[in-house]
Design a protein around this ligand. Structure first.
Ligand SMILES: NC(=O)c1ccc[n+]([C@@H]2O[C@H](COP(=O)([O-])OP(=O)(O)OC[C@H]3O[C@@H](n4cnc5c(N)ncnc54)[C@H](O)[C@@H]3O)[C@@H](O)[C@H]2O)c1
Ligand SMILES: O=P(O)(O)OC[C@H](O)CO
Length: 324
């Protein structure tokens, strides 16, 4: 019999991934911080989706070996679970963010703390609820070792969840992290009544900004035109299932950052990512005006009308600049 998979983190994304992996025919161990299954057999973040018998939930790790581990813990907490990863078993990091304290991406955290664990990342336009429901979707698995990315994609793809392999783990991680910041901006834009034209401009210029930064960090522009870049940006800037977008909507309607965060069910990675991206942009000399405005706005250092004026009064220039 094939070895089971381990999914770490039993929030919305970990639960959806456990349901998906179970559909590949595998046994799944879903590790939760505390035992928290509802009487219906579902997890609290996705109460409409009872887990099948092939998904076992517990707050302890069984003494067994796994095919691979999928990690769905918010980025700021990722280092805390690193000691629990089984040595030598591939870990697919499924979070989208940057560690604020160190500016490390998820794979950097893994390399720093568990060099004995081969790493990959999974990212793309994927709302947990739709993956849990088995609706059609696509994503990218990227790893420094392309053969590893291909093997994991082959193993985890299903006819309804198409997985592409990539070696551009920098572009994939940057796309997944940065789209959350632009989604907050898009939400603010709609919440404040600035209109659909303005949101489309934010998405497009946000993509230009993300692409510049990815290329400065060693990623490829083509990755940012793909599922982990444009794909996820479009989804998160327009879909009301997005917590980052909803957070922006609340801010645009006048809520404080604290109140907007409190009203969400779950994490909005864009808040911690905004400041980290500003620091990375400064380190690499990349112009990132939208991200800078959002970071300053979230920190209470800029009003919406000032942010709008800053973005619109920048010197006019040619639209296309080669990102490389
Ligand atoms: N929800 C989605 O649709 C979705 C889709 C793709 C990627 N993601 C990414 O997945 C990550 C997790 O998001 P989510 O939606 O599952 O968030 P969530 O808020 O629903 O759940 C987070 C889970 O992590 C657990 N957790 C937090 N700190 C922990 C720790 N130190 N040890 C153990 N468990 C801990 C919490 O108990 C919770 O169960 C984020 O980076 C997010 O960007 C989410
Ligand atoms: O709810 P959000 O904003 O974290 O977005 C969820 C996923 O990242 C969408 O791909």
């Amino acid at each position: 019999m094939n070895k089971p998979f381990l999914v770490m983190g039993a929030g919305a994304w970990g639960t959806a991934l456990a349901l998906h992996v179970a559909r590949t025919g595998a046994q799944v161990h879903l590790w939760a911080r505390s035992d928290c299954t509802l009487p219906s057999g579902a997890m609290p973040r996705l109460p409409d989706f009872p887990l099948p018998g092939s998904v076992h939930v517990s707050s302890t790790l069984p003494d067994t070996t796994f095919q691979a581990v999928l990690v769905a813990i918010p980025t700021q907490s990722l280092s805390g679970i690193m000691p629990l990863l089984p040595s030598g078993t591939p870990a697919i990091l499924c979070c989208k963010g940057i560690e604020q304290r160190t500016l490390a991406f998820p794979l950097d955290i893994l390399a720093r703390e568990r060099p004995d664990v081969p790493g990959a990342v999974l990212s793309g336009p994927n709302f947990a609820r739709e993956i849990a429901a088995g609706l059609p979707a696509a994503a990218v698995i990227a790893a420094p070792d392309l053969a590893q990315a291909r093997a994991l994609s082959d193993r985890l793809a299903t006819p309804l969840f198409r997985l592409y392999a990539s070696q551009d783990y920098t572009g994939v991680q940057l796309g997944g992290a940065a789209k959350n910041v632009i989604a907050v901006a898009a939400g603010i834009c709609i919440g404040a009544g600035l209109g659909e034209n303005a949101r489309a401009a934010l998405i497009t210029r946000g993509l230009a900004e993300i692409t510049r930064l990815a290329c400065a960090l060693g990623g490829q522009a083509s990755t940012l035109a793909g599922l982990a870049g444009l794909g996820d940006l479009l989804l998160t800037c327009t879909g009301e299932q997005s917590r980052n977008y909803r957070m922006g909507l609340a801010l645009g309607k006048g809520a404080s950052t604290t109140d907007a965060l409190a009203s969400l069910h779950g994490v909005a990675e864009g808040v911690s990512t905004a400041e980290a991206l500003v620091a990375l942009a400064a380190q690499t000399g990349v112009d990132a005006p939208i991200t800078q405005c959002i970071a300053a706005f979230l920190a209470g250092k800029l009003t919406l009308s000032h942010a709008q004026a800053m973005l619109l009064s920048r010197p006019l220039k040619e639209e296309y600049e080669s990102p490389t």
